[in-house]
Ligand binder design. Structure first.
Ligand SMILES: [Zn+2]
Length: 125
């Protein structure tokens, strides 16, 4: 599948990547629309900010709509064909290494998982 991959500031490349599989706690989504927001733009212009520095190249994006094409074994409440919209975040759950607390008690995702600027991202519901 084709994906827009972030390699660093002002370096996003359209590459061919293997189609991911939904992990046990993930959905695989066929993207219908993926947005570019200010977070993505700032990562492109002078990042990395939320993307961990020095990590592997990552597929950008975190705001999207699509249709479920695969449901992880531990996921309840979703089925193939369901239409979904992201919660403006794509990350790997509650691990302290990828989430840090915000003053109001809200949690802020870091970007260490591939986003939806690809044809079929796998993401936590
Ligand atoms: Zn955003």
């Amino acid at each position: 599948m084709r994906a827009a991959v972030y390699h660093g500031p002002r370096d996003v490349r359209v590459e061919t990547r293997p189609r991911p599989r939904a992990g046990p706690d993930q959905l695989l989504v066929e993207v219908s629309v993926a947005a570019i927001c200010g977070t993505d733009a700032s990562e492109y212009v002078d990042g990395p900010h939320l993307i961990p520095a020095g990590g592997d190249p990552i597929v950008l994006g975190h705001e999207f709509t699509g249709r479920v094409v695969e449901v992880g074994a531990a996921v309840a409440g979703f089925a193939r064909g369901d239409r979904v919209v992201s919660g403006a975040g794509v990350w790997r759950g509650e691990c302290d290494s990828v989430v840090h607390a915000r003053p109001a008690g809200r949690r802020r995702p870091r970007r260490d998982a591939d986003g939806p600027w690809s044809e079929q991202p796998a993401a936590a519901p």
